[in-house]
Design a protein around this ligand. Structure first.
Ligand SMILES: Cc1cc2nc3c(=O)[nH]c(=O)nc-3n(C[C@H](O)[C@H](O)[C@H](O)COP(=O)(O)OP(=O)(O)OC[C@H]3O[C@@H](n4cnc5c(N)ncnc54)[C@H](O)[C@@H]3O)c2cc1C
Length: 368
């Protein structure tokens, strides 16, 4: 029922704008409005804090169905989870009440600020500093590639509080867009997910109360990694959603398009491609759902499954979307059809929340 209702909403309110959002590189406000109106913008927030209280699998299904319509729009529910999960996992009750309520209501979005210009895969090599000053922390630095930066009200920011301790000297904070000293870079000009703003976040002597720290001092990096164990599964969901959108479109096209006097769907070469696409996609979906169940139970092998789901599903999404372009021939290569957008959107799922090389490192270190 959840899938059917999100799909119907996405078809009616998100699909009609998806091409324009991509073409114009603009934030999908229509999608945000529709998701908020239907309480689907941050479904993971527990009921105690005013949220819908969806479990990890239900959250995956919401993201998957939004991504099937528009990859950029799926980053609204996905990044709201990514940004706020550090607070949910490690924050004080006060922080949870203060920040999760407005998120659940749709009054504020939440971003996640870990990466920096010189600290991507090696996130622990970050330079952003937080220095204690009485009852305050003062933050200085540059965060890069921050999804929904400028649109979000709240940011989980990881910063170095003790430079001698590397990853154990990193702490997490909630920073608000309106805090003095917060500003944003120009939107990045990207290959895909063009409707999702990606910007630098500048922290220039940002003075925040000490109770904005998430968890204890020095636990920020551990919280950041624990968060990714859960949210990589939402990127897997985004990947399978985008791939499903491309497969569904290609499936319809091959029955309409005629060459050699018959629909191209009659050719076994085309049928075999579709069979492979559907087979790989379903394998990715099942791995993602298994990982979501592990996320919900916080199983001991979650780290492996989170990395495996994200890595496998994103590689499958890249293959399936590329094959969908192939099945539409020259038409697939143009913006008159949605599959080239889906192929461009799929690419990012192999890069963010840790590249697929990094996922393989994580899997190798956590073999089940
Ligand atoms: C559109 C977009 C949105 C993003 N959103 C966010 C966000 O909201 N918040 C956030 O914090 N970050 C975000 N990121 C950052 C993203 O997570 C990083 O780009 C990613 O982790 C890779 O870091 P990097 O770009 O510095 O690449 P690098 O780390 O420089 O990697 C370059 C290449 O080297 C490879 N490599 C690096 N180290 C190893 C190794 N040890 N072994 C094998 N190969 C290796 C990588 O796999 C990659 O192929 C976003 C990025 C993009 C492009």
């Amino acid at each position: 029922m959840l899938r059917e209702s999100v799909r119907a909403l996405a078809e009616a309110k998100i699909v009609p704008f998806a091409a324009a959002v991509d073409e114009e590189g603009r934030f999908p406000q229509e999608a945000l409005d529709a998701l908020v109106a239907n309480d689907l913008h941050a479904v993971h927030v527990p009921e105690t804090y005013g949220g819908a209280g969806a479990d990890a699998l239900a959250t995956v299904i919401v993201i998957e169905e939004v991504a099937r319509a528009c990859g950029s729009s799926s980053l609204i529910p996905a990044v709201n989870k990514l940004g706020s999960l550090p607070v949910i996992l490690s924050g004080s009750e006060e922080l949870k009440h203060k920040y999760l309520g407005p998120l659940a209501k749709g009054d504020a979005m939440f971003s996640y600020a870990l990466s920096e210009p010189d600290a991507g895969s090696d996130a622990a090599g970050m330079k952003t500093r937080a220095v204690r000053d009485g009852d305050f922390w003062v933050l200085n630095g540059v965060k890069r590639w921050i999804t929904n930066a400028g649109v979000s009200e709240y940011y989980t920011v990881m910063a170095v509080t003790d430079p001698d301790k590397r990853s154990k000297g990193i702490s997490a904070f909630v920073v608000e867009k309106s805090d003095e000293g917060v500003s944003f870079g120009a939107p990045e000009k990207k290959l895909g997910i063009k409707g999702s703003p990606t910007r630098e976040v500048y922290l220039d002597n940002v003075r925040i109360p000490a109770d904005r720290m998430i968890g204890a001092e020095g636990t920020g990096f551990a919280t950041a990694m624990k968060t990714l164990d859960h949210t990589r599964i939402t990127i897997a969901a985004q990947a399978i959603g985008i791939a499903q959108g491309a497969l569904d479109y290609a499936k319809g096209y091959v029955t309409e398009r005629k060459q050699f006097g018959k629909p191209i769907a009659d050719f076994q070469g085309v049928q075999f491609m579709l069979a492979d696409m559907a087979m790989k996609l379903e394998a990715a979906r099942q791995l993602t759902y298994a990982a979501a169940a592990k996320s919900e139970r916080v199983d001991g092998d979650l780290t492996f499954f989170g990395a495996a789901a994200k890595c496998f599903a994103s590689d499958v999404a890249m293959e399936v979307t590329t094959d969908a372009v192939q099945l539409l021939g020259g038409y697939g290569y143009t913006r008159d059809y949605p599959v080239e957008r889906m192929m461009r959107d799929a690419k990012i799922t192999q890069i963010y929340e840790g590249t697929n090389q990094v996922q393989r490192i994580v899997m190798a270190r956590n073999l089940p």
